[in-house]
Design a protein around this ligand. Structure first.
Ligand SMILES: Cc1ncc(C[n+]2csc(CCOP(=O)(O)OP(=O)(O)O)c2C)c(N)n1
Ligand code: SF4
Length: 467
């Protein structure tokens, strides 16, 4: 009979059926480390409040084993996911678990920046000196001279660098509360690893900030050894480069890190950002998602910026997300603008509420994404030969002609702005938009009057022909 911690599920419902054992090879450190985490979670009474971010690597299946909340991170991004989680659910305990390829290579910057910010999560870094899941390739932590499938003659530090000492690097940063390197290569070391893992989770329970524990871990399969040989490699070889010990412990400090000043709830964040009463005075808190699209040089990105600027001046939550090719001019360009009374979940837009399309590729690409009730404004000199989805309100608008007739051929974007104001698509007083338009020409004041003329002419056209 297997007796296991209540921190594990009774059975592991993996692909291929229910099982009672993990997929780890005999002698692998991952299983030991996860057992220590499971036990600590239960003993600290945080199991139901814990969200575990699993990596890509041999430990990717943690969500089959540990009985807590889970998010699976893309390769290298567990720390970035954890950074998001601690902001979205600050009262929960967040764990990020990463291998040395995952954290030390593709995900290093995410991990480093999270540590530098002191984001409040427990960060477990499993260092087995290679990429295990993919067959034992060289990792940033591979030892000099160590043979792997991609360093068959041993790691050459001139070509591939020295082993990356993550604890030592993170120990240069101000905000981490706790940094320790431990090992699970034998029972004496496992006891110390147990303490370190508990401490990192206690720090989370108390909301004290970022805790980093590096765990040296045997991988018999790729260290090309049996269980004993792999454990010996960890103690005799790896510890020479990665000395064990506590690098930092500020967990007793009364105010351990940033987390004591971070707002605790979404409402508090909103209040802090907005000064609260600004929102209360805004009856129209709806979220609108705009896509502006055309050729580079048509002022599409600037159009989005003017709207984002006006909304931001009014205390709205705003995102402006440009997308363009390597060409400076002539290629396709678009931007997504979200204006909202609430925090914005994502700056990308799959189904815009309003699409402004200045060319044929924009119509082909974005018109099919519109849903019932959405609005399309398109440059009327472009033939509309893309099927319009049902329930979409279509407004052909001669932006280029209006701009030319008013003496600024390049101001089709300003004409579109006037059209949107007249059609009531901006949920903001016209004066705020006009002010933002003027601001956008602060470096070229000579263009302000002519653009205001285009703006007025566009409004007039839209009033007569489109409303
Ligand atoms: C974007 C991306 N690149 C590469 C891979 C292939 N890949 C899967 S696991 C892995 C390495 C995992 O090594 P490590 O983080 O050291 O964890 P271990 O398997 O040793 O526990 C790689 C490169 C992937 N899944 N996704
Ligand atoms: S390959 Fe290595 S790290 Fe992966 S499960 Fe096997 S022993 Fe563990």
């Amino acid at each position: 009979m297997i007796i296991r911690s209540k921190g594990f599920y009774d059975e592991f419902e993996r692909k291929g059926g229910r099982r009672r054992t993990t997929h780890y090879c005999a002698g692998c450190g991952h299983g030991i480390i996860q057992k220590l985490i499971a036990e600590a979670m239960v003993d600290l009474g945080i199991q139901d409040d814990t969200v575990f971010v699993s990596p890509v690597g041999c430990a990717a299946f943690c969500y089959y084993y540990l009985d807590c909340g889970h998010v699976a991170g893309p390769h290298g991004r567990a720390a970035a996911v954890a950074s998001g989680l601690v902001r979205a659910i600050p009262d929960k305990v967040v764990i990020a678990y990463q291998g040395d390829g995952d954290l030390g290579a593709i995900g290093f910057n995410n991990a480093f920046q999270a540590a530098n910010r002191g984001d409040g999560f427990a960060h477990f870094f499993v260092n087995n000196a290679l990429y295990a899941m993919t067959g034992g390739q060289l990792a940033p932590t591979t030892l000099p001279g160590q043979k792997t499938t991609t360093s068959p003659y041993g790691r050459d530090v001139v070509n591939t660098g020295e082993p990356l000492k993550v604890c030592e690097v993170f120990n240069q940063l101000d905000r981490p509360v706790y940094i320790e390197r431990v090992s699970v290569a034998d029972s004496k070391r496992i006891k110390q690893a147990r303490k370190a893992i508990r401490k990192a989770l206690e720090i989370q329970k108390e909301g004290k900030g970022y805790a980093f524990v590096e765990i040296l871990s045997p991988c018999p399969t790729n260290m090309r050894a049996d269980s004993v040989g792999a454990a010996e490699f960890v103690t005799k070889e790896m510890e020479g480069y990665f000395p064990l010990g506590v690098f930092r412990d500020r967990s007793d400090a009364e105010t351990a890190c940033c987390m004591e000043v971070a707002p605790k709830t979404v409402e508090e964040i909103v209040d802090a950002d907005y000064a609260g009463d600004v929102i209360a005075d805004m009856p129209e808190l709806r979220e609108r998602r705009y896509k502006f699209s055309g050729f580079g040089g048509q002022g599409i990105l600037s159009l989005g910026l003017v709207i984002a600027d006006a909304a931001s001046e009014m205390g709205r939550h705003v995102s402006w997300f440009p997308s363009y090719g390597p060409e400076q001019r002539g290629g396709s360009a678009s931007c997504s603008v979200v204006v909202s009374g609430r925090e914005i979940g994502s700056p990308t837009i799959d189904h815009p509420d309003v699409l402004v399309a200045m060319n044929q590729p924009s119509l082909e690409r974005f018109l099919p994404t519109l849903r019932q009730g959405a609005v399309l404004i398109y440059e009327s000199s472009v033939p509309l030969n893309v099927e319009v989805p049902e329930g979409v309100n279509v407004h052909p608008f001669p932006a280029a002609r209006i701009a030319s007739e008013n003496g600024v051929a390049k101001a089709a974007n300003t004409a579109l702005l006037g059209c949107m104001v007249e059609l009531g698509l901006l949920d903001m007083p016209e004066a705020e938009i006009a002010e933002a338009l003027r601001r956008s020409f602060s470096a070229k004041p000579k263009l302000i009057d002519s653009n205001m003329a285009v703006f007025e002419a566009a409004k007039e056209y839209a009033r007569k022909e489109l409303s």
